[in-house]
Design a protein around this ligand. Structure first.
Ligand code: ASP
Length: 427
């Protein structure tokens, strides 16, 4: 979930980090951190390949650092979702009928995205293109969805319990909604807003510290895979990247068809008008950073009413991460295929439900999808070690899914604007 309507007034640094820009530091580490994340990851991959090839079987110990990073990402997820939901509830104005229509559009788009993702992954089966073993967990824990799972386990037993339990994201959302709605009644008090904002920014700062460790994780996982299993496993990764791209293209087609028949705006005109925002999303991997540009393009270049643009691109954007939902569902299926296991129908249903929640809870910042992905994997019983493998391609796929996240907001805004252009727009 991204940081709401006042995103335009927040401070971001050049790489899309929220908060005050760090004072320029000197030294080797500072110079390393000044390099864009994707270049650091690419460098780490190359180094990982060289070290893995040199160490051979001995490189297996390097799996540990990548696991540590994943554990840290997973630990951050529940509090991040809690504070982000409360933050949105405190800072956005939602209007009656339009809100109901928007909620419907958001749910529909996310479900279509997950359906497309699962279908493409089931047809192309990227995980069957190579064999790969990581860690000791080689099976998907069988989980069947009983009424007990759906209701009782998701209702929080204690207020703080779900915050320490990665298997209960729905519980976290329930607590966040209750707290957010209660605090909303007191939102005139500046202290309430300030406190939530401080907590949100602090968590995002910690998240960026962990993200700074991602190149180390990539180095470690690449070295250990290359050392122990050679280059074979990367064939599957290549097919997985292609499969995700195909699915994202299909989702784009869905958006365009919906705009063609549900809005006065024409798809090509929309794509042309949104060029700047889409390029910004691709280059920053952050839908939150792109938010002000998205809004400006929608109103100034596409010509939507301000109300539709702000509902879709500012309010809805906080909940709407279709690219992330599609990616999380595909990743779960991909890893199950790598393990040579088929997810049962109830497990695939669990993937759908948790991917929806995980995409709602993903912050609009680089790599946020990886944080909530640990929750999807844990809920379905997939070994989270395999997410480390996805780190190697995430720097690229994050850019692609962020572009689709923004296009999803554009789609909702166009549909909210309806089939008739406003009279002011026509003039
Ligand atoms: N980077 C994505 C965004 O900003 C979130 C994600 O990692 O999936 O929308």
């Amino acid at each position: 979930m991204s940081s709401s309507q006042d995103a335009g007034t927040q401070e971001f640094d050049a790489r899309g980090n929220v908060g005050r820009p760090e004072p320029p530091a000197s030294g080797l580490l500072a110079r390393w951190n000044a390099i864009p994340l994707y270049l650091r990851i690419l460098a780490a991959m190359l180094l990982g390949i060289a070290v893995g090839a040199a160490l051979g079987e001995h490189a297996d110990v390097l799996e540990i650092p990548s696991r540590v990073i994943l554990q840290l990402l997973g630990a951050l997820a529940p509090p991040l979702i809690l504070v982000a939901v409360v933050h949105v509830l405190l800072t956005t104005d939602i209007k009656g009928r339009m809100a109901a229509k928007m909620a419907f559009l958001l749910v529909l788009n996310t479900l279509v995205a997950i359906f497309i993702g699962l279908t493409v992954a089931n047809v192309i089966k990227p995980g069957t293109w190579s064999e790969l073993t990581l860690g000791d967990a080689q099976t998907v824990e069988k989980k069947t969805l009983t009424p007990d799972d759906i209701v009782l386990k998701n209702i929080p037993r204690s207020l703080l319990g779900p915050l320490g339990d990665q298997q209960n994201i729905i519980g976290v959302i329930i607590i966040a909604l209750a707290l957010g709605l209660a605090l909303r009644r007191q939102r005139d008090k500046p202290m309430v807003r300030e406190l939530v904002e401080i907590a949100y920014n602090a968590l995002i700062t910690v998240l960026h510290w962990v993200i700074a460790l991602v190149p180390l994780g990539v180095f470690a996982i690449v070295a250990s895979v290359v050392g122990v299993q050679g280059f074979g496993p990367f064939k599957a990764m290549g097919v997985f990247v292609l499969a995700v791209l195909v699915a994202l293209l299909l989702q784009t087609t869905w958006y365009m068809v919906r705009i063609r028949f549900g809005s006065w705006a024409r798809p090509l005109h929309v794509l042309k008008g949104m060029r700047d925002a889409l390029l910004m999303a691709f280059s920053t991997s952050s839908s939150t950073v792109s938010m002000p540009v998205t809004y400006a393009c929608l109103t100034e270049k596409v010509g939507l009413r301000e109300e539709s643009a702000s509902m879709g691109a500012l309010v809805g954007a906080n909940f709407n991460n279709d690219g992330t939902a599609l990616y999380e569902a595909m990743s779960a299926l991909f890893v199950a295929q790598l393990l040579g296991q088929n997810l049962t129908l109830s497990q695939q249903l669990l993937v759908v439900v948790t991917s929806v929640v995980a995409s709602v809870g993903a912050a609009g910042i680089p790599e946020a999808g990886l944080v909530t992905m640990t929750l999807v994997f844990t809920a379905v019983g997939l070994p989270t070690e395999y997410i480390a493998l996805l780190l190697t391609v995430d720097w690229f796929l994050d850019r692609c899914r962020t572009t689709i996240n923004v296009l999803g907001d554009v789609n909702v805004s166009c549909l909210l604007d309806g089939k008739r252009k406003s009279i002011i727009q026509q003039a």
